[in-house]
Design a protein. Structure first.
Lengths: 463, 504
């Protein structure tokens, strides 16, 4: 059985230790605040694969009285091989007097064998005050690595490196708020160098994280396609008395239809955020114009999805494909005519961007009264926008560091920040054909098979 | 009391106002005051100022609180009286079968009262005396251990960290207030307690008299302990000695004591001498009334008088010297020199300054010699720092020290240089604004306060370093953070100041 690596994330007060732990442990529930002393006791966060812990990170309170601790240690004057014992003695002696609560707490996991991740803020200048902390850590004799976490805009990394190199064999820059998956993975690889015995377990952890990453992409693309399929095929019905004016019933039904579409989208968002273990994200309307902007507001119609010309060409070729398929079905006799008519229909539909989502149909019922029905989706732009929004959201969530506490916003800027508009025509064409097929598939099994097939394509587009 | 509360309320209101407006208003007030008003004590000046700036009609906060306290005392008085009445009814309850037990009356109205008085005495004893009395310190500590103040910290742990900040802030205000007005509050509490106690005694006496006058009480004494009648008599005689020389009727005779011993067994009286003279059974009452008067009411009246006297002394001696008062004094006495700018000032990029109460005319808070202590390893040179601080506080720097550096002995050297227990000194603590305050620093500030004593001004000055190495004001956010943390220390003479324009 390999040794399970444990890392204590230590540092001066308020240098973003908790942020680093939150990002590395993918836990957005960790309390992070600009106020100092948010963390008062050590807390452990583990990465588990198949129920087996592969490494543990320990969030600790910050150093508060390091120079006094160092003065005490130096007063003991132990030989080099007894220094770690002196540190242990320090913790023992002061447990009775209740002095130095933070230092005792943070040294505990280190004395129990944890590796040290020493965090400094690279946006603030180095000063000799920190030497006491680094010296204490050196006294513990544990493998240690420095992490330069830049919290503010200024850059003092170079000064820091000079000082850190005196005390640490490895130092890395790591911005807890911006680190994406690859950066995190690279950091984990650096951890391997701290101690040979940890290598195999960490390799396993890295492989596990990569697999997990792939699984999340796959699962989120399926969630997206399932949402699209549900939205495209959604139908609603409502009974109304025969003699009464159906207009208010119609209106209500349309509103219910929209709400149902929105609900499907919300469910998908929750599912994706859950996959990436972002449980506290605030998707707020107004602050996040694209991802949470109401599906039916004008901004979304104009900025996401395909533009008119794209929709036309995609539609043209999609239509031609449908026509060609019709031709094949009728034995090729009307090949050219079929393709031409199909193309014309598709092209026309492309121009009708503002086409209503669906119309309410009214049918008389045998036993009196009328049945109002709505759906399935008729607007050709709708699936593109829905897909675009879902992709933007998925990319934002998957790249988001767990230390961030701001609302989820989009990186994309400009007139057309969407993803689908930038896809090659061939991809758009295939997607369009899937939209059509899914809409027509009455058999749930066929629909599910199409969903899985399409999800493979969408997976390529996920972040 | 009304005045102090009104002053504090007005100052708290002013703290939220724009400094320039305040300066102009207060200076204006000062100009309007007559020489008699300004020539006297600081206190008189403050009161005259208060009259000018605050509408102190019937509904001023001070009046309201004083009125509330008066009502509270009255309620305590009524409550104490009723309580005493009830106690008397209970103790003197006579159902016609078993006579009223004198020992019990003595225990409740003399023994218990003396015990409570002893406790009160312990609580009132000055700390210096305490060290002379064996066991008294433990007792005092025991009483203090019961105080709710200790629970506050336990409670604070249960609050989520975000709320904890504001909770600790509020608690710090309470502690700061207590450090300034602790004596007043203490004697006020004692006074109210004495009102209750006096009323209790009066109630008990009233109840006792009522029963004696309107019903026929039979008294007796009994105890399970093996006490000879003679020894009980000696006790009674001892108790009645203070008034024996002028009120002999209130001293029970040996015969009375012997005759009124009551044995539960068989419900029989006396020492086997047969029937008891019924008239004798009521003979105890003058003694009981006298002991209640002498051991219950009289000491309480004295304690009440003492509390009243100490309370008014504490009020008179209230130092009125914390940061806000210092500022007010300066606003009142410093002439306003203003120059009208001839042209628009150049819109230079200015770092955030005086976010909270950091800025403003702080040189007014400087008194006595100014000691400069640099906390931690700092990138600023000493000469630049000294110049800057001298400019900032309009006062020469008496001496400069380092503390919080790797050499922990430096802290002691800096502390030793300060004057011991001297309010007339100012300690400017230059800190790196970008580093949060550590426990190391707060402990050092506590040691400064221990050394310099009440009233000495401690000014924390957080600074920042510009990219080109110059000293500049700390960022607004950092300053806010520092202000919050320092305020949480609950030290009324400690404050965070920022840099002013042109100081750097």
């Amino acid at each position: 059985m390999d040794e399970i690596p444990v890392f204590a994330v230590v540092g001066h007060v308020n240098k973003g230790k908790s942020s680093i732990v939150a990002t590395l442990a993918e836990d957005d529930a960790i309390a992070i605040s600009a106020e100092a002393r948010t963390t008062r006791v050590c807390r452990a966060y583990s990465l588990e694969v198949d129920g087996r812990t592969l490494f543990t990170l320990i969030d600790t309170p910050g150093f508060e009285q390091a120079r006094h601790v160092l003065a005490w240690l130096r007063a003991q004057n132990p030989p080099a091989d007894k220094r770690a014992e002196a540190v242990a003695e320090f913790v023992r002696v002061h447990a009775q007097t209740k002095e130095y609560p933070e230092e005792r707490e943070l040294l505990k996991p280190i004395l129990e064998g944890a590796g040290i991740l020493y965090v400094v803020d690279g946006s603030r200048p180095f000063s000799a005050d920190y030497e006491a902390e680094m010296e204490i850590l050196r006294w513990t004799g544990r493998p240690r690595m420095a992490m330069i976490n830049r919290i503010g805009p200024r850059d003092h990394t170079a000064e820091w490196r000079g000082a850190l190199d005196q005390y640490f064999s490895i130092s890395r820059e790591f911005n807890a708020h911006e680190a994406d998956f690859l950066i995190r993975l690279n950091l984990l690889k650096a951890f391997r160098e701290l101690r040979q015995e940890w290598g195999p377990t960490l390799d396993e952890a890295i492989a596990g994280m990569e697999r997990e990453r792939a699984r999340r992409r796959r699962e989120s693309s399926r969630a997206i396609v399932r949402m699209l399929a549900d939205q495209l095929t959604l139908t609603l019905e409502k009974k109304a008395p025969e003699e009464v004016d159906p207009a208010p019933y119609k209106e209500r039904l349309e509103e219910e239809y929209r709400e149902a579409l929105r609900k499907l989208e919300r469910l998908e968002r929750d599912a994706v955020e859950d996959l990436y273990r972002h449980r506290k994200i605030q998707r707020r309307e107004g602050e996040m114009p694209l991802v949470t902007d109401d599906l039916f507001s004008d901004g979304t119609w104009l900025r996401l999805g395909l533009d008119r010309a794209q929709l036309a060409t995609t539609g043209l070729i999609g239509g031609a494909l449908v026509g060609g398929w019709l031709d094949a079905a009728t034995g090729g006799a009307t090949f050219l005519a079929g393709a031409l008519i199909g193309g014309a229909v598709g092209g026309l539909s492309g121009w009708l961007v503002k086409k209503p989502l669906s119309r309410v149909s009214i049918q008389g019922l045998k036993l009196g009264g009328r049945m109002l029905g709505i759906g399935p989706m008729r607007n050709p732009q709708f699936p593109w926008i829905a897909l675009d929004r879902a992709l933007l959201h998925q990319r934002a969530v998957s790249g988001r560091a767990h230390a961030r506490r701001d609302d989820l916003a989009l990186e994309g800027e400009g007139d057309r920040p969407g993803i689908v508009a930038g896809l090659p025509l061939s991809t758009r064409r295939v997607l369009e054909s899937y939209f059509g097929k899914i809409k027509k598939a009455r058999d749930p099994e066929l629909r599910e098979a199409l969903t899985v097939e399409m999800a493979r394509l969408v997976e390529e587009l996920c972040g | 009391l009304t005045e102090i509360i009104d002053l504090e309320v007005q100052l708290a209101k002013d703290a939220k106002m724009d400094r320039q407006t305040l300066r102009e208003r207060d200076r204006h007030v000062r100009m309007g005051l007559s020489p008699e008003q300004t020539g006297g004590s600081r206190r008189a000046l403050f009161l005259a100022w208060l009259d000018a700036v605050m509408d102190r009609s019937e509904s001023s906060p001070g009046r309201m609180i004083a009125g509330f306290l008066g009502l509270f005392s009255l309620l305590m008085g009524v409550g104490g009286f009723l309580f005493g009445l009830g106690a008397a009814m209970g103790v003197f309850a006579y159902d016609g079968e078993r006579p009223v037990n004198v020992t019990r009356v003595l225990a409740v109205f003399v023994g218990l009262q003396l015990l409570l008085l002893l406790l009160l005495g312990c609580a009132l004893l000055p700390t210096v005396w305490i060290s002379w009395l064996p066991g008294a310190r433990t007792l005092q500590e025991g009483i203090r251990a019961l105080s709710p103040g200790r629970l506050v910290h336990l409670f604070a742990r249960l609050i989520p960290s975000k709320r904890r900040e504001s909770f600790e802030g509020a608690w710090a205000e309470v502690r700061a207030f207590d450090r300034m007005y602790g004596k007043i509050r203490f004697w006020l509490t004692v006074r109210v307690a004495q009102v209750f106690a006096v009323a209790f005694q009066l109630g008990a006496l009233a109840g006792c008299m009522w029963l004696i006058v309107f019903s026929d009480l039979a008294f007796a004494w009994s105890t399970t302990l093996q006490v000879e009648s003679e020894r009980f008599y000696r006790l009674v005689e001892l108790l009645s000695r203070p008034w024996a020389w002028f009120w002999s009727a209130a001293t029970p005779s040996v015969e009375l004591v012997r005759a009124t011993r009551y044995f539960r067994h068989g419900g029989a009286f006396g020492s086997g001498e047969g029937a008891v003279d019924v008239a004798l059974l009521g003979g105890w009452w003058p003694f009981l009334i006298a002991s209640m008067l002498f051991y219950g009411l009289l000491p309480r009246l004295l304690a009440y008088g003492l509390a009243r006297w100490r309370f008014s002394t504490a009020l008179r001696r209230a130092p009125l010297d914390h940061v806000a008062f210092q500022e007010l004094l300066e606003r009142l006495t410093e002439p306003i020199v203003s120059t009208r700018p001839g042209e628009e000032r150049s819109p230079e990029a200015e770092p955030a300054r005086d976010a909270e109460r950091g800025g403003g005319a702080v040189h007014d808070a400087v008194k006595g010699p100014l000691f400069l202590i640099r906390w931690g390893e700092q990138p600023f040179t000493e000469s630049k720092l000294t110049d800057m601080v001298a400019r900032r506080f309009h006062s020469a720097v008496a001496s400069v020290f380092s503390a919080g550096v790797l050499d922990t002995e430096a802290d002691a050297r800096a502390l030793e240089a300060l004057r011991r227990n001297e309010a007339e000194q100012t300690i400017v603590l230059v800190v790196k604004g970008w580093e949060p305050p550590t426990r190391d620093l707060t402990r050092f500030i506590e040691r400064i306060r221990e050394r310099a004593g009440r009233g000495a001004a401690i000014l924390a000055l957080p600074l920042d370093q510009a990219p080109d190495g110059r000293i500049e004001a700390a960022k607004a956010e950092d300053l806010r953070h520092w202000t919050g943390k320092m305020r949480a220390m609950g030290d009324p003479w400690l404050r965070v100041v920022g840099l002013e324009k042109g100081d750097a």
